[in-house]
Design a protein around this ligand. Structure first.
Ligand code: FRU
Length: 499
């Protein structure tokens, strides 16, 4: 173990007892202390699922990127496995950036971007002058990684692109390894570049499989290409896209191009860019294929600007729940919560069939919970139907179908308050929502709309159902969700908000 890994783990242990757990989710991956962003290296290896993540142990801001690590036997109870990589190799001196994992024989192999900035005369790194190389680290036990002395595996960048070349996603197809990298083309358009190798070391550049048409961002981060339901999907995190339903602000969101990829021409013939998640906070998605054939995605709930944040609590950043992906016959990507989440269901807090007109206060308080709503819209004249969480101190978040607009809305108030996504639920509105202290993830029954947002309650949220402009029959179930089992300090269940 390198000195920097030892130092990072000691730092994490020292900081963890001082973390304020009031907003720390109990069944989501978070760091015990410090900052996290992108999920990395998602894979199945030696009987366990692994999720790594971008991790700064030294503060609650982005900085000095390490790889943190969590593993699980069931995709819902995650153990903290400490720090897998630290920026200790020269070529990654300014960060072990995002990447992926492949299994090679008995070894788990990570491919990641080493970020290094040139030193200015002052001796300090100059963020404007940097290089990004692609590197390899491997492990036999899935926990302790050794960076390969042959690194970098790929250095430099194409002439027609800038030095922003990162986030390798690697997979095997027939007798070759393939890798996609995110890149900014000269002139400021994002693209995904493809490389091929017989051995993970000699990489041949095969050009762009897809690129921005000008409306889909100046830089593509975290590309991920895979086959699903007989189609191909390229997931990207484009920077600088404006899509309908978003406020003016962050324009960081993850989306997908669905179509057909040709291994001879190296092009993805695809339909329009669509977002994967219309909530306020969702970025840098990565996927993995698991042994039973499912394709599972996890994203990072990248904080939108102007929000309260948990940074003052000694931790920052949370990954989304794992979602199962599919492609519809119309080439739409769907996301649904993985089935395993039912393992965490605890007490049933509420169940009932209720006719609601206006607001109906269920009286139920949610700490970590799942809400299932089936609202009957057959012959209905209502304008709006959904639910509201009273977050205390006059704050609310409202989730509902705006029937006139034909949109699902998550409105948490404040700057950039509402996010909207097109939704035509037909005669039944099926919503499934997970609340986990400071996270809210809403899924529709069709899987076509997902909305992930952060919330900052000052008391345990109180659930009300709402129907405006007429009555709606609701069938509702609410379950408490158990804290996942972690060997973690402080324990995730500690000190809930007051009811
Ligand atoms: C996406 C990203 C990646 C990069 C990493 C650095 O959020 O910017 O492109 O590898 O984060 O932490």
């Amino acid at each position: 173990m390198s000195d920097l890994i030892r130092a990072a783990e000691a730092e994490q242990l020292a900081r963890a007892p001082h973390v304020d757990p009031r907003w720390r989710p109990r069944f989501h991956i978070t760091a015990p202390a410090g900052w996290i962003n992108d999920p990395n290296g998602m894979c199945w290896f030696a009987g366990e699922y692994h999720v790594f993540y971008q991790f700064n142990p030294y503060g609650t801001e982005w900085g000095t990127m390490h790889w943190g690590h969590a593993s699980s036997t069931d995709l819902v109870n995650w153990r903290n496995r400490g720090v897998a990589m630290a920026p200790d190799a020269g070529y990654d001196a300014d960060g072990c950036y995002s990447g992926s994992a492949v299994v090679l024989g008995e070894e788990l192999v990570l491919l990641y971007t080493g970020h290094r900035e040139e030193r200015a005369e002052s001796g300090l790194p100059d963020p404007a002058r940097f290089d990004q190389t692609q590197n390899v680290a491997s492990s036999r036990d899935g926990v302790t990684f050794v960076k390969d002395p042959r690194n970098p595996a790929l250095a430099g960048h194409p002439q027609d692109g800038t030095a922003h070349l990162r986030d390798p996603k690697v997979w095997r197809h027939r007798e070759h390894w393939y890798m996609v990298l995110g890149n900014e083309q000269q002139g400021g358009t994002g693209r995904a570049l493809l490389y091929r190798s017989p051995d993970l070391w000699q990489w041949q550049a095969l050009g762009a499989i897809a690129e921005s048409d000008g409306s889909t961002g100046y830089m593509w981060e975290c590309p991920d290409l895979f086959e699903l339901d007989g189609r191909h999907v390229l997931v990207i995190s484009p920077m600088g896209v404006h899509t309908e339903g978003h406020g003016p602000d962050p324009q960081f969101h993850a989306g997908a191009l669905v179509g057909s990829f040709d291994y001879d021409t190296h092009r993805l013939d695809h339909g329009p860019y669509t977002e994967m998640d219309w909530g306020h906070e969702h970025y840098a998605v990565q996927t993995m294929a698991v042994p039973d054939g499912r394709r599972i995605a996890i994203g990072w709930m990248m904080p939108a600007a102007g929000q309260p944040s948990e940074k003052g609590d000694g931790w920052a950043g949370v990954l989304t729940l794992p979602r199962e992906l599919h492609v519809t016959p119309e080439d739409r990507l769907t996301m649904r919560p993985i089935a395993e989440l039912e393992l965490l269901r605890g007490e049933r807090l509420f169940a009932g069939d209720t006719l609601v007109e206006g607001q109906f206060d269920t009286g139920v308080r949610l700490d970590s919970a799942e809400i299932l709503i089936d609202a009957d819209l057959a012959g209905s004249i209502v304008d709006q139907v959904g639910f509201t969480l009273d977050l205390g101190a006059g704050a609310h978040v409202h989730v509902g179908l705006d029937r006139r607009a034909g949109e699902l809305v998550v409105d948490r108030g404040g700057p950039d308050g509402s996010r909207r996504a097109r939704l035509d639920p037909g005669e039944r509105l099926l919503l499934r929502a997970f609340v986990d202290r400071s996270t809210l993830e809403v899924f529709t029954g069709s899987g076509l709309v997902t909305m992930s947002s952060r919330i900052y309650p000052s008391a345990q949220p109180r659930l009300a159902l709402s129907s405006a402009g007429g009555p709606t029959r609701f069938s509702v179930e609410v379950f408490a969700m158990r804290a996942m089992q972690v060997d973690d300090v402080p324990p995730l269940g500690a000190a809930p908000l007051a009811p």
